[in-house]
Ligand binder design. Structure first.
Ligand SMILES: [Mn+2]
Length: 406
């Protein structure tokens, strides 16, 4: 049993500031989460995807910077007292973050989390250890920012994250974990995470997860904003508060827009009957508070013989409820084969993997078919070739890495 002052840690993730579809929700819910966290805890750790875009527009950077500036300028009893690893530390404010998949750029390039770090609004713990002190109590946060799934294990081996003696040690990262997203052999398993830490924190997955890793708590707080309109996202949004004295934690809810998903079987019904059914279901879900809920209606089955999907006008249903709810109607079950496949690609098979990760997968497969054997990771090559620079520049940079002496 350690004597000391003890700390309360806020564990947050996936704000997705700038998310186009629910941009106001993203900022408002991130703001509430950070304000509550700064009142009720000693330090906050954010497990990636602060931004929704790799190259956020200036107005989005300003939205985020304004929020982080405000929070970081508050008085904190705990402060950052040590930093070692990639980059530098420019603030004592105990707001620690890593970049996620949405901020990630080509290896060694700076990202938008580096920008907030440089401004002194947070501490970027990507491939670094940040030590926070309050009285005699020490918290050490070791972070690894999001990397392509197939590179995560080698990144751990290279960086070799180790706990700090005499401190309460956190390991924070932003990847898929096989136990929760078993979508490939590249994806890390809980037992493969570095040993010796007191608490494991992951981002990336947008619904909350509570598990064990090497006998300690493993927590994913989920996103603070709705992004995927999937069944698992109907839970309330928020973050975890972890107490180092008791090793207990709880989920601290925030006010977030309600999301309800309804599946309807329309097999053999005429369009007018489907409309009536949808109207009835949507009317049952009364708005909670002042916010309009998001209602996603998924229609499954085929229309009555003789009718085509085009006979089913769904826009009028969304329009007629636009005053009290945001209604999205998906015809995944009755649409043509192609759009069903696209829908599955978006929400099923890809789950939390980005389209980029999917692209890398195809790229790696093609390279293997062509007996690729260069000493450069395929995902590094992919990032270089797909960067938004001029074609010649990215090809030359790729050649420089493949043939360093040239
Ligand atoms: Mn995310």
């Amino acid at each position: 049993m350690r004597a000391g002052v003890f700390l309360k840690i806020a564990i947050l993730s996936d704000f997705h500031i700038g998310y186009e579809r629910f941009r106001e929700d993203a900022l408002r819910q991130a703001t509430e989460a950070m304000e509550v966290a700064s009142r009720e805890t000693d330090l906050m750790v954010i497990a990636g995807d602060v931004f929704d875009y790799r190259h956020p527009k200036p107005e989005i950077i300003i939205e985020a910077a304004t929020l982080f500036k405000k929070i970081s300028s508050q008085k904190f009893a705990a402060r950052v007292i040590g930093f070692e690893g990639r980059g530098n530390c420019y603030t004592e404010a105990p707001i620690i973050a890593i970049p996620g998949t949405h901020e990630r750029r080509t290896a060694d390039e700076t990202d938008s989390i580096d920008l907030l770090n440089l401004a002194g609004y947070l501490v970027n713990a990507n491939q670094a250890r940040v030590t926070v002190g309050k009285g005699s109590e020490r918290i050490s946060v070791f972070g690894i920012g999001g990397v392509a799934e197939e590179r995560f294990k080698e990144t751990i081996a290279q960086i070799n994250p180790a706990p700090l003696e005499g401190a309460f040690n956190l390991f924070i990262f932003h990847q898929s974990v096989y136990e929760f997203l078993p979508f490939g052999e590249n994806i890390i398993k809980l037992e493969e995470l570095p040993k010796g830490f007191d608490l494991y924190i992951d981002g990336h997955i947008h619904s909350k997860v509570e598990a064990k890793c090497h006998g300690k708590s493993f927590l994913i707080p989920g996103s603070t904003v709705l992004t995927q309109l999937k069944e698992g996202e109907q839970e309330e949004k928020g973050f975890f508060i972890y107490d180092t004295e008791t090793n207990n934690y709880f989920f601290r809810k925030i006010n977030s827009r309600r999301f309800v998903m309804v599946k309807l079987d329309i097999e053999g019904l005429a369009p007018a009957e489907v409309k009536h059914m949808v109207e009835e279901e949507v009317s049952k879900i009364t708005p909670g508070g002042t916010d309009k809920p998001i209602i996603r209606v998924v229609l499954e089955g085929r229309l009555k013989e003789g009718f085509k999907n085009i006979d089913l006008s769904l826009k009028s249903i969304s329009d007629s409820h636009s005053g009290s709810a945001i209604v999205e109607i998906t015809k995944s079950g009755i649409d043509s084969k192609v759009s069903k496949e696209i829908e599955e690609l978006r929400s099923g098979m890809l789950e939390n993997a980005s389209i980029r990760d999917y692209g890398v997968g195809i790229f790696v497969k093609r390279l293997a078919e062509n007996k690729y054997d260069l000493n450069v990771s395929p995902s590094v090559l992919f990032d270089l070739l797909s960067s938004e620079e001029k074609k010649e520049t990215s090809i030359n940079r790729a050649l420089d890495i493949i043939f360093p002496s040239a």
